[in-house]
Design a protein around this ligand. Structure first.
Ligand SMILES: Nc1ncnc2c1ncn2[C@@H]1O[C@H](COP(=O)(O)OP(=O)(O)OP(=O)(O)O)[C@@H](O)[C@H]1O
Ligand SMILES: [Mg+2]
Length: 304
């Protein structure tokens, strides 16, 4: 059973701190080999959920199963198969990066120097691995944390805001790395409040707000067309004034120099015909995709 069980399954998972419900009856299932995004604004309950999934704190209601086992009663089976990075990694500042990896390796039952070299290579820390961690930048510490999470070649990676502190090049490297890991059959679960990050990496996302699940969907379902069109013309304000006289274009507006408008009967060709017939032949017309930010704002009532 355990071999086919979901990577992560939460059942009515809840955590309250006094009267505050940090996580509120969360039902979530992450399948094997998924690249899954866990998205929510600050204070939504992401880290709290992850801490419960890793058995670091106890739920006040419900339960979590990792790879088919209830976490807190099966730590010994589960935790060796999971690599995790939660908020800032816990590092020994007075040890080198390599010695930090050796120390974690010892806890995990020993990591070979070869494996340590491999993970240092993966996170691009080769060359700085003998420097003390207190001399590392924030992004380097984050990379070392990722190396620690990878050390044991885990089946499941749970990464809380892994892009924190990384520069743009580091973010691209991490994105490629996570994709490679998922292609190898590993399950990757990342939390983020950076919408574009999740949009580019993940195949499925869950959105939470105030501890509650708001939506779970494949990314491409969320990114469906918004039903609006972007029109490039020389005089956008003039076109908007004209459009607003039409019953189907009450929402027409200018954004970033482009006219954003619905189309008659929702058809792009009807919009183009209208523009041409009214002496407003456009330079370009394209369908507007919703990005995750729009979706997030509409789902969470505008407080990301
Ligand atoms: N140890 C704690 N004691 C009391 N309240 C806590 C504790 N940890 C978290 N909380 C509260 O639980 C809620 C969820 O916090 P959590 O850290 O899980 O959010 P998050 O989604 O990870 O946010 P962020 O994006 O800022 O990391 C917040 O209201 C927070 O104040
Ligand atoms: Mg957090």
């Amino acid at each position: 059973m355990a071999s086919t069980a979901a990577a992560i399954r939460t059942i009515a998972l809840s955590k309250s701190y006094g009267s505050r419900l940090a996580v509120d009856h969360l039902d979530l299932q992450v399948e094997r080999a998924e690249l899954f995004g866990f998205l929510g604004p600050n204070g939504a309950g992401k880290t709290t959920t992850i801490r419960m999934a890793l058995g670091l704190i106890a739920p006040t209601g419900g339960s979590v199963e990792i790879l088919g086992h209830e976490v807190r009663s099966h730590r010994a089976q589960v935790l060796p198969r999971v690599g995790a990075l939660v908020e800032s990694p816990a590092l020994y500042a007075y040890l080198s990066g390599r010695d930090n990896l050796r120390a974690i390796g010892d806890v995990l039952g020993g990591a070979s120097e070869k494996r340590i070299d491999e993970v240092l290579e993966i996170v691009s820390l080769k060359g700085r691995d003998r420097d003390k961690v207190r001399t590392y930048s924030m992004g380097m510490k984050q990379r070392l944390g990722l190396a620690m999470a990878l050390l044991n070649d885990p089946d499941l990676l749970i990464l809380d805001e892994p892009a924190n502190g990384l520069d743009p090049a580091g973010i691209v490297e991490m994105r490629d790395l996570l994709r490679d890991l998922a292609a190898e059959g590993k399950t990757v679960f990342i939390s983020s409040h950076v919408l574009t990050e999740v949009q580019q990496i993940c195949t499925r996302v869950a959105i939470i707000n105030h501890g509650k699940l708001v939506r779970v969907a494949p990314v491409h379902d969320l990114l469906q067309s918004s039903g609006e069109y972007e029109v490039k013309v020389d005089a956008p304000a003039e076109l908007v004034a004209l459009l607003r006289l039409q019953p189907w274009a009450q929402q027409a507006r200018v954004e970033d120099g482009l006219v954003i408008t619905p189309a008659p009967e929702g058809r792009g060709r009807n919009l183009i015909k209208f523009l041409v017939d009214n002496g407003q032949a456009p330079d370009a017309v394209s369908e507007r995709q919703k990005d995750l930010e729009d979706i997030f704002l509409s789902l969470t009532g505008g407080n990301p």
